[in-house]
Structures are given as structure tokens and as C-alpha cells.
Ligand binder design. Structure first.
Ligand code: SF4
Length: 161
């Protein structure tokens, strides 16, 4: 699965530039989600924050601990760079790692999408989905995957079956 991702560099550790760009986009996604949860209810804010924290444990346990960036600065804030604080290194970056990543991001966005559907706002849907997609577009095509050395990941430009 190459998706037309073009190799730029091979970084054994990501720099502040990639980390910063993804960090800003993730901060916007997080704060936008927090705002939408606040519009839903106080309980939704609590659940939103709880699920974000839980998402890091999920992605650390399944994806990051099995990635070459375990304990190193990867393209996404608080993932590879913090995974050594929660789980020891593994060596099984396969289907389970992919599913774990999907579950983690589902946990991060599920409450905001409930809030959007509850409000019926097309504007919020377009804006929030847009920020979410922009984050992944930049990560996959610019800052993350083109520079990544985790060749076990299907999104890596050097991945082969
Ligand atoms: S190829 Fe992309 S998605 Fe896969 S581990 Fe590297 S940065 Fe993450």
C-alpha cells in the first residue's frame, strides 16, 4: 500500500520541524474536539479527556512499542517519544499495530463527532473533518511517512510484502 507516498529522508529521530507542524495540527484537533464536547455537556468533556488519555495507552501498547521510534521522537507528539514510559519494547509491528492505531484515533474523535451529529451542524462537520483529514494528509505525505524508517509499516515508502 504505497498511496503515492514519496521518500524524502530517512530520519532515525524526527526533528522539531516535523514534530512541531504535526503538534500544531494535533493541538487544533484536540482543542476543536474539546470545544465540541463542551457544547454537548460537562460529562462529554470529562469523557473526551478520559478517552484522549486512554488513546495514548492503546497506541503505545499496540503500535508505538513495536515501532523503531519506541522511546524516540516520532512524527506525532506524545506517541513514540513517550511510549517507553508506559510499555517495554516489542517486536511485532503487524496487523495488531494498525488496528491499535485506528482504535486510538477513534477514541480521540468519537465524542466530537457525537456532538456534531447531535447539533446537526454541517459547518462543524466540515471544519472538524477537514482538520482531521489535514492532520493525516500532512503526516502521511509531508512530515511523517516520507521520512520514516519503520519499513514494517504499510505506509512506509520502502514497505514491501
Ligand atoms: S510510515 Fe508513517 S504511519 Fe507508518 S510508522 Fe512511519 S510515520 Fe507512522
Amino acid at each position: 500500500m504505497n498511496l503515492g507516498i514519496k521518500r524524502k529522508n530517512r530520519l532515525s529521530e524526527f526533528t522539531l520541524r516535523e514534530y512541531g507542524i504535526n503538534g500544531v495540527l494535533m493541538a487544533i484537533l484536540f482543542l476543536f474536539g474539546l470545544f465540541l464536547s463542551w457544547k454537548l455537556s460537562t460529562f462529554a468533556i470529562f469523557m473526551y479527556l478520559l478517552l484522549w488519555v486512554a488513546s495514548y495507552f492503546v497506541i503505545h501498547a499496540t503500535t508505538c512499542r513495536n515501532c523503531v521510534y519506541h522511546g524516540k521522537q516520532c512524527p506525532v507528539p506524545f506517541e513514540g517519544s513517550c511510549s517507553h514510559l508506559t510499555f517495554d519494547r516489542g517486536n511485532n509491528f503487524g496487523l495488531f499495530a494498525g488496528i491499535g492505531g485506528l482504535v486510538a484515533y477513534f477514541l480521540r474523535v468519537c465524542i466530537p463527532f457525537v456532538a456534531i451529529f447531535e447539533s446537526g451542524s454541517v459547518l462543524y462537520f466540515v471544519l472538524y473533518t477537514g482538520v482531521f483529514l489535514l492532520f493525516f494528509y500532512v503526516l502521511i505525505y509531508h512530515t511523517g511517512c516520507p521520512n520514516c524508517i519503520n519499513t514494517k509499516c504499510p505506509l512506509n515508502p520502502d514497505f514491501s510484502v
